[in-house]
Design a protein around this ligand. Structure first.
Ligand SMILES: O=C(O)CCC(=O)C(=O)O
Length: 588
């Protein structure tokens, strides 16, 4: 190191990421979007060291000494001090790694000041490390116990990339002839190592009354670890798991939307982690790397969709339906559909209906009709692999290292729809036929639902001029949200294709502190759901359960609410092409 400027590392990191979500999406051994220690079934897998450090923390090419978890707060003089001990589950996990020699992947963040070289990226995977020691020290100001851990590089044969360029690795990195002396506590009778310089010993067990006790005149902040303790080396068995996971490949009968394909990848060219942003491919996220992995999901056969829907219905439907006290439910027949009508009452006035939800249950017959859900399912799967444009967009902190992408893939069609996620809109003219056919069905369902509720809600149906298509892979979902933007008309309708889902509604917190669901029902392949009423203050979410689902949701974007430029764009993009009129739907 020269002055404050750190040297560059000898190599690039074995794996790295610029975004925390990319790191978590791509690496099986680190899935913590917050916090630092990732454990799966109590077995620690990955440990992120970033930001704050405490007295005596250190990092060299073989050894990391760091403190574990716990809460910190700023003192009156601006320093950070630990105010809470490490949580029990994290401690147990590290204890297990120590006792059972389980290697942990250590990742270091750009904000960590003790990395001996310049951190090339926001997140940098160091290597596998084993826990060699776990002990307690005390925060000098408030006496809170700090759990400290010493980690040693598991396999010291390969050169560490974070060695400063131009430096020579000392022989000590490969030796094992140092050993700190153990001594037994007179109080608790447990052994502790002599870890401090100057042969200073103390009991390092939290349950002992003499733990981290010294002569009163000792300034514990000045203690340093002894060279003998730091230079100890152990022989460990390296893990089989690679730090750089292989690219996913389709296996027999896989459909390409299983969780393995929804995950991120580590780019084989630059070793950066990349999220799956696009439905049909992985494109490396940082400009400069040309790597693209084309991965259009193969068709998911209708027979597997039907099996998923059937099993969902058999196992869960009855248990999962819920109708709360503010909801009046009834059954209707609309066209060829058996429909459920849910009238939602004002929470302050049970006699006042503020909105309705209609669920149009598809049957095997309606699904199998020409241009019906079964053929739309096949069409949409093909189209989504051919320049359709389904992709995940930022929902929080766009561009920041903590940026979060949606848990589903979107493409908007027709008039632009402005909501919390910025989704580009393509015109209906450019839309694949399946989108226009879905739109015509939704217009019918929207019109019929409003007709069935006009006695309660005096608002007319206004034709939809927009359709948002969402694609869900295994494990995806859409969290609680409302469609309450000022630019929207009172009706929103969704057609569900593919895997089943649960749809749940709850009242927004600002209207009701009771956050229980007021309405919940399953939706199956071919079903349509229509929500109507400008005053529905409900939040709703959809929880797909299966390998692949598309939701086509239509709204009316009120042109008068748009500025001149957007209005003209909305008119142009929302204009129905001639061919769409051939797919008018009559409810059969
Ligand atoms: O997946 C669904 O059915 C819900 C779609 C949705 O909530 C939306 O597009 O806003």
């Amino acid at each position: 190191m020269e002055g404050d400027v750190k040297l560059l590392p000898v190599h690039c990191p074995v794996v790295w990421a610029e975004k925390r979500q990319s790191l978590c999406d791509a690496l099986p051994y680190f899935k913590m979007h917050q916090g630092s220690l990732y454990s799966k079934q109590l077995i620690p897998k990955g440990f992120l060291i970033d930001g704050e450090f405490t007295y005596r923390d250190m990092m060299n090419t073989d050894i990391v000494i760091t403190s574990l978890g716990g809460g910190r707060a700023r003192t009156a003089d601006g320093d950070m001090e630990r105010v809470r001990e490490c949580r029990r589950p994290a401690l147990n996990s590290i204890l297990k790694a120590w006792k059972e020699d389980i290697p942990i992947a250590v990742i270091v963040g750009r904000n960590y000041p003790l990395l001996p070289v310049q951190a090339p990226h926001a997140y940098n995977v160091l290597d596998w490390f084993n826990v060699t020691d776990l002990w307690v020290e005390r925060e000098s100001r408030n006496g809170v116990f700090i759990h400290k851990v010493r980690l040693e590089r598991t396999n010291r044969i390969a050169k560490p990339w974070w060695q400063p360029s131009g430096s020579i690795l000392s022989d000590l990195s490969y030796s094992a002839d140092c050993a700190a002396v153990w001594a037994w506590c007179v109080e608790c009778k447990q052994p502790s190592k002599t870890i401090f310089d100057g042969d200073i010993w103390t009991c390092l067990h939290k349950n002992c009354t003499r733990a981290f006790q010294f002569q009163p005149e000792m300034d514990t902040n000045k203690l340093v670890y002894s060279a003998v303790f730091i230079n100890e080396r152990t022989a460990f068995v390296p893990p089989h798991e690679a730090l750089r996971p292989a690219l996913p490949v389709l296996w027999e009968n896989s459909c390409g939307t299983e969780i393995e394909f929804r995950c991120g990848i580590v780019c084989p060219k630059c070793f950066g982690c990349s999220r799956r942003r696009n439905w049909d491919r992985w494109v490396y996220e940082t400009p400069g790397c040309p790597f693209v992995l084309i991965a259009p999901p193969p068709p998911y056969p209708l027979c597997r969709v039907e099996k998923e829907n059937w099993e969902f219905n058999a196992r869960k439907c009855l248990k999962q339906s819920r109708v709360g006290e503010h909801v009046v439910a009834s059954r209707l027949t609309i066209g060829a559909y058996s429909a459920y009508q849910f009238l939602l009452a004002d929470i302050k006035d049970a006699l006042k209906v503020i909105g309705s939800v209609h669920v149009f249950r598809a049957t095997a017959v309606t699904n199998a009709r020409d241009e019906g859900p079964n053929s739309l399912w096949n069409e949409i799967q093909l189209a989504s692999n051919q320049g359709f444009g389904l992709q995940r967009n930022p929902v929080r902190l766009a561009g920041h290292k903590s940026e979060v992408l949606t848990r589903h893939f979107q493409q908007n069609w027709g008039a632009p729809y402005k909501f919390v996620v910025n989704v580009l809109s393509k015109s209906f003219e450019e839309a694949p036929d399946a989108i226009l056919k879905a739109l015509m069905r939704l217009r019918w369902a929207g019109r019929e639902s409003v007709r069935c509720t006009t006695q309660s809600l005096a608002t007319d149906f206004v034709e939809f001029n927009e359709l948002l298509s969402l694609g869900y892979m295994e494990g995806d979902r859409i969290g609680y949200h409302d469609d309450g933007e000022d630019t929207l008309g009172p009706t929103v309708a969704t057609l569900s294709l593919g895997s089943p889902a649960l749809m749940a509604f709850r009242i927004k917190k600002k209207h009701n502190s009771d956050q229980r669901e007021v309405l919940r029902f399953p939706i199956y392949h071919g079903d349509m759901v229509v929500m109507h009423g400008t005053d529905i203050h409900q939040f709703y979410e959809a929880y797909p359960a299966g390998m692949r689902r598309f939701a086509m949701t239509s709204r009316n974007i009120v042109l008068d609410t748009l500025d001149e430029h957007t209005r003209l764009e909305a008119i142009r993009k929302g204009n129905l092409p001639e061919r769409a009129h051939g797919w008018q739907y009559d409810g059969l």
